[in-house]
Ligand binder design. Structure first.
Ligand SMILES: [Zn+2]
Length: 419
């Protein structure tokens, strides 16, 4: 991986692309998670990107029946024999906040509250008290929403940055890069990730997702993750006749939940601390069901959290002398560090690329999962790079214009190092 410092220094079309892509609605739909894509509108962006990739001279451009866009970019002269490097981003936006009819606009941030828009006569804003990083962005041009929708920098910033790189490489054949694989996938936000990516025909030896936060973030450790459903079987009887007979499933849930340590709740954890999170509960006297998610970077601590829940159930069952509490664990994803640790050069090269583009790299543990987690375990090691975006999944989402441009530079430095 010979390093090269070749750069053109000229501005790219990343901002124009970003503003265009965020205005194509691609919200995914958990309700239809049994089909991929979960919303047919994701084909709109998929087809647009495929058309643009063809125009830029990409090969094998395809949109699959499941709305995956894949393409190959031939290597620069002399780098044809290098292994193919993948770059991946996702097209869908979360449905937590509306992603329909996004109206992006650029705000020059002068300090204080960042006001992105107005809803019902009230400004939609965020200040440095809630987001201290704003203090470093005074004087920057920020792409914001109008306050009624999310922006979709997660992950259309990643898409725009990859597309701007492809356009830049097409214009500058002298820039070194190995053969590239480009993939834009649907339904990341509803946990589908890159499950249906045909890794074999994608043909990459390794890849990066471009789906992180503020510029400089580099992530290769994510949570181990399981969903835990706890069921409580009660015995309902007229409350007037209940003495020594009624078993209230709702109360069993309360007892169970109180056996779980409060410091393990998400609102008390950060960094490498895992958590047990109560997502929801429904309860009657006869029956209760509680849905939890369990997360931890450390596999041993992760297993200990699951064991704790089993023990809490066993404690109650023992006290009652019969099995009224059952715990069902459904694995979701695993920490990709298990796989990526065998490819330290992927992290080293990414750090070098950030530094060469004038960005200080910061290695962070992901407090969630990425497409890369799943891909890593399917044989395609896949760390995650920043996009430059802030406050994703909300109406305050924004991205500095300079971050979009820097990330194209970082990607250019990155591919040069693999040539
Ligand atoms: Zn994302």
């Amino acid at each position: 991986m010979a390093a090269t410092e070749q750069q053109t220094g000229e501005p790219t079309d990343v901002l124009e692309r970003f503003l265009r892509y965020v205005q194509v609605d691609t919200q995914s739909s958990d309700e239809h998670c049994d089909q991929v894509p979960s919303s047919a509108i994701q084909f709109d962006l998929a087809n647009l990107l495929a058309e643009e990739l063809r125009t830029l001279g990409a090969q094998d451009v395809a949109v699959s029946d499941h709305a995956y866009v894949t393409a190959h970019i031939p290597a620069s002269a002399g780098a044809e024999a290098r292994p193919r490097l993948g770059l991946i981003a996702h097209m869908d936006t979360t449905e937590v906040v509306s992603g329909f009819g996004v109206k992006p606009h650029v705000v020059r941030y002068e300090g204080g509250d960042l006001v992105c828009g107005e809803v019902d006569g009230q400004p939609v804003s965020i200040g440095p008290d809630k987001l201290p990083a704003l203090n470093d962005l005074v004087g920057e041009d920020l792409v914001c929403t109008d306050g009624t929708t999310l922006l979709g920098a997660d992950d259309k910033a990643g898409i725009a940055e990859i597309m701007a790189l492809v356009a830049h490489l097409a214009k500058h054949p002298e820039l070194p890069h190995p053969p590239l694989g480009i993939c834009f996938c649907p339904d990341e936000e509803i946990g589908h990730g890159a499950a249906l990516l045909d890794i074999e025909s994608f043909g990459c030896a390794y890849a990066y997702t471009v789906d992180g936060g503020p510029v400089g973030e580099l992530e290769w450790e994510c949570f181990n993750a399981s969903e835990v459903t706890v069921r409580f079987r009660g015995y309902s009887i007229h409350p007037g006749d209940a003495k020594d007979r009624m078993v209230n499933a709702g109360n069993l849930f309360v007892e169970f939940h109180n056996l779980l340590p409060i410091p393990m709740r998400p609102e008390h954890t950060e960094g490498y601390e895992g958590f047990i999170h109560l997502e929801g509960v429904s309860a009657t006297c006869e029956h209760a069901t509680a849905r939890y998610i369990v997360r931890d970077h450390d596999a041993t601590k992760f297993d200990a959290k699951l064991a704790l829940m089993e023990r809490a159930a066993a404690f109650i069952n023992d006290r009652l002398g019969e099995e009224r509490v059952t715990v069902e664990v459904k694995p979701q994803y695993r920490n990709m560090a298990e796989v990526v640790a065998d490819y330290p050069e992927l992290i080293d090269v990414a750090k070098e690329a950030f530094s060469a583009a004038g960005v200080e790299p910061r290695v962070l543990p992901i407090r969630g999962g990425t497409d890369g987690a799943q891909l890593s375990f399917r044989g395609l090691p896949c760390p995650n790079l920043s996009t430059g975006g802030y406050c994703c999944h909300g109406v305050n989402e924004f991205i500095p214009v300079s971050s979009l441009e820097k990330m194209v530079n970082v990607l250019q430095e990155l591919v040069a190092r693999f040539a």
